[in-house]
Design a protein around this ligand. Sequence first.
Ligand code: GTP
Ligand code: MG
Length: 149
Amino acid sequence: VEETYIMIKPDGFQRGLVGEIISRFEKKGFKLKGLKLFQCPKELAQEHYKDLQSKPFFPKLINYITSGPVVCMAWEGIGVVASARKLIGVTNPLNAEPGTIRGDLAVQTGRNVVHGSDSPENGKREIALWFKEGELCEWTPLLGPWLTE
Ligand code: GTP
Ligand code: MG
């Protein structure tokens, strides 16, 4: 099954948007498999965003992600990676459509409140990076047949 790593960034946490953001994924019908509040060490932030290490904003990005607690989540579902990216909206919140998380709740790329994996491969990679064994929960939603046929 497809999985994605979703993370509420330190601005989303400090602004009290945790419930609002989680509820959008819950209401959509995806399955939550992992959830924790976490102070991210520099090394982990660098590993997570290693594809961006040559960008001029990389040091700022690492400072941002490690500036306070983040909320780490693993979500599962059919097409969850692309669908979560749609729910989140494009990188620059000023360009993000109303109705998306960034479109509704943020104004700047450097404070865009939430992360979502960009491919199923990265979903698996990032969940393995941010969660230890035993932190993920396998469970059967009773609503399953009402969400998928
Ligand atoms: P993530 O879900 O966080 O990976 O965002 P994304 O996939 O929409 O964008 P991308 O992976 O290209 O960039 C990762 C993060 O780096 C963005 O979400 C921003 O927080 C930050 N970022 C990207 N471009 C810029 C930029 O030009 N300036 C600043 N300050 N931050 C940037
Ligand atoms: Mg990205």
